[in-house]
Design a protein around this ligand. Structure first.
Ligand code: ZN
Length: 376
């Protein structure tokens, strides 16, 4: 067992419980800190929890940390939240700095180990500023929709893998790698059982977070937001993924934060997205609060890696899990395999992975908090 193993929670409930118990620790610095909750519609006990406090004297700057926008990624996110609270929070200055810590933006997805919410909506395709959930967006998705969601039970992994490989190569040959990746990852608002589905209207999770971001932008002169994700990029080097709307080049941030891997969420450096949460904040800032100082980025903890294997394997894992979710598998073993592969893509079990992830987060917390003037 590694020294960091205990940072990584086993269940949504245990993670939420631990998060709530942090309130007194936050209060030892911000005496007026409160725990807030947004309970999701429905019977189940699923909540977005956040701890918030104004600065103790004057609201100059605010630090925001969010986790679990992609439910299953919330386990690593919760580990990083705990790490921040235990190791970095005490170095902020509560007199001038407010704090907002958000546990599980997508609690249903975290509890049930899926990326999307109960309606299969990828919350990170729903942060649309001044545009609609347009069903006609990303028409190229139509051409790969059957490939991504065959609409049948999983029956035989060997045959499925051969079929997957042949179809993948056919679509890449037909469309080109770039167009294929765009069609896959951009988001789509038409296939409710498909991948990267953005829904038909704004989900309640999205609205809750939009309200918080607006409140933070109106209350402070400087806003710094770090959002936790997993699944993409090299396995043993967390990537800082900046918004496509940030004007500075990645190399500038690598130097500024003393961090070795920064990419922008553009088609060239990472992949393009519609409805990205951090993009929404940039739009909000540029349109409504241009006089403020703002920076936000995502910690993206890679798992399968950037090798050909990883690039080939990640869509396969996502297709399998989605298929198993909607249509089931012929037997328990096939179902367990589909779920296990998915879990490894977003919440890896290996202790050396966890240790490196925490070390990378440490380096990034240090670099960003000090460059942005948050450490006293
Ligand atoms: Zn994510």
């Amino acid at each position: 067992m590694t020294k960091f193993q205990s940072l990584f929670p086993e269940t949504y409930e245990a993670s939420r419980e631990r998060f709530r118990k942090n309130l007194p620790i936050v209060r030892s610095m911000w005496s007026k800190a409160e725990l807030f909750q947004h309970k999701l519609a429905g019977e189940e006990d699923l909540t977005i929890d956040w701890i918030y406090s104004d600065a103790v004297e004057t609201n100059q700057k605010v630090f925001i940390l969010t986790t679990g926008e992609h439910g299953v990624e919330g386990y690593v996110g919760a580990a990083m939240m705990q790490r921040f609270i235990e190791k970095y929070m005490s170095r902020l200055d509560p007199r001038t700095t407010g704090i907002l810590l958000v546990h599980a933006i997508n609690p249903w997805g975290m509890k049930y180990h899926r990326r999307g919410n109960r309606d299969n909506i990828d919350i990170n395709r729903t942060f649309l500023y001044n545009i609609d959930h347009d069903p006609a967006f990303n028409p190229a998705y139509e051409g790969i929709a059957r490939f991504l969601n065959p609409g049948t039970q999983i029956k035989n992994l060997v045959l499925d893998n051969i079929g997957y490989t042949l179809q993948l190569f056919w679509h890449i040959a037909r469309m080109g790698m770039k167009n294929f990746r765009d069609a896959l990852l951009l988001g789509q608002y038409r296939h409710p059982q498909g991948l990267y589905y953005g829904g038909k209207e704004r989900p309640e999770e999205t609205q809750a977070l939009m309200n918080l971001y607006k409140q933070m932008m109106s209350s402070y002169d400087q806003i710094l937001h770090l959002d936790m994700h997993t699944g993409y990029g090299p396995r043993y080097q967390m990537s800082l993924v900046n918004s496509a709307l940030d004007k500075n080049p990645s190399a500038y941030y690598e130097k500024r934060f003393n961090y070795p891997l920064v990419v922008a969420a553009t088609a060239d450096e990472f992949y393009a997205i519609r409805g990205d949460m951090v993009d929404y904040e940039y739009a909000l800032w540029q349109h409504e609060f241009p006089e403020k100082r703002f920076f936000a980025t995502a910690f993206e903890f890679g798992t399968l890696g950037n090798t050909l294997y990883g690039l080939f394997h990640s869509p396969r894992v996502m297709i399998h899990e989605n298929r198993a979710y909607w249509y089931g598998a012929k037997n328990e073993e096939l179902l367990a395999k589909a779920k296990h592969g998915f879990e490894e893509l977003f919440n890896p079990a290996a202790s050396d992975w966890k240790e490196k992830a925490v070390a990378d987060a440490d380096q990034a917390f240090n670099g960003i908090l000090s460059a942005e003037g948050y450490l006293v």
